[in-house]
Design a protein around this ligand. Structure first.
Ligand code: T5A
Length: 224
């Protein structure tokens, strides 16, 4: 039986990496083999594309080309890591996935929606997330958190360096996505403490994916 595929989405500094790690730890406590990964990247080939994209080296090529490069990285990641893990019954928790292309390149970068959807059909196909968490904080707060995490001297990457208005468009795009796909997407108020956010996320996982029905042994004792 196929494992479960969970993705985390949202703007910069909303806590995706933090909660991918916290959820992964909780799932493993329950005896569920879990693979934690990220985009862009997650496989050797896609990590090379990550460097090209986040260093800004591809920026002069424009948003259309960047969208194609994100899709190419995703293709490698899906083929070499995500699909094999799901086929083995593992749960895959991924920090960003195809929704980031829809929002960053589509909504904020003005890449044609039909082109983005066509690439998604070809690359993602049926490997759609079972559940997507959209972490929401005001854009200014997200940028403040990302700055703090990076440290005062760390350079901003390709997208962190964009203006506040760009980040506000991203937030609106993610909120619209959550409203349009309520069955798949769970909107999480990520302004509260890490533990409170993690509890909100765990309640949704229990309700929507019920780890007890995982094909892998569910260790109820771990919950005691
Ligand atoms: N991109 C990606 C595209 O444009 N198109 C695509 O298709 C894809 C896949 C990836 C970039 O690529 C773009 C989007 C991105 O710009 P990245 O380095 O992977 O870049 O960075 P991001 O995904 O943006 O993630 P960040 O590292 O900026 O932030 P996170 O992961 O959301 O946040 P996190 O967990 O690192 O937390 C940030 C700080 O806040 C603290 C943490 O401890 C940390 O210090 N924090 C909290 N503080 C207070 N309260 C809480 N509840 C907190 N939760 C976390």
């Amino acid at each position: 039986m196929r494992g479960r595929f969970i993705t985390f989405e949202g703007g910069e500094g909303t806590g995706k990496s933090t909660h991918v790690a916290m959820l992964g730890e909780r799932l493993r406590t329950f005896g569920i083999p879990t693979v934690l990964t990220r985009e862009p990247g997650g496989s050797p080939g896609a990590e090379i594309m990550r460097y090209v994209l986040l260093s800004g080296a591809a920026r002069p090529l424009g948003p259309n080309a960047e969208a194609v490069l994100f899709a190419a990285a995703r293709d490698d990641h899906l083929n070499t890591l995500i699909r094999p893990a799901l086929e083995q019954g593992k749960w895959v928790v991924c920090d960003r996935f195809a929704d980031s292309t829809r929002i960053y390149q589509g909504v904020a970068g003005n890449v044609d929606t039909m082109a983005i959807r066509a690439m998604e059909r070809i690359i993602v196909g049926n490997t759609k997330p079972d559940l997507t968490f959209i972490l929401d904080v005001p854009a200014k707060e997200g940028m403040r958190r990302a700055d703090t995490r990076r440290g005062a001297d760390g350079p901003a990457d390709r997208f962190e360096g964009e203006a506040l208005t760009f980040h506000e468009r991203l937030r609106d795009g993610f909120l619209t996505l959550a409203a349009n796909e309520p069955d798949r997407c769970a909107l999480i108020d990520a302004t509260t403490s890490k533990d409170e956010v993690a509890d909100q996320i765990w309640r949704v996982v229990l309700k929507k994916l019920n780890p007890a029905t995982s094909p892998i042994q569910f260790d109820e004792a771990a919950n005691a």
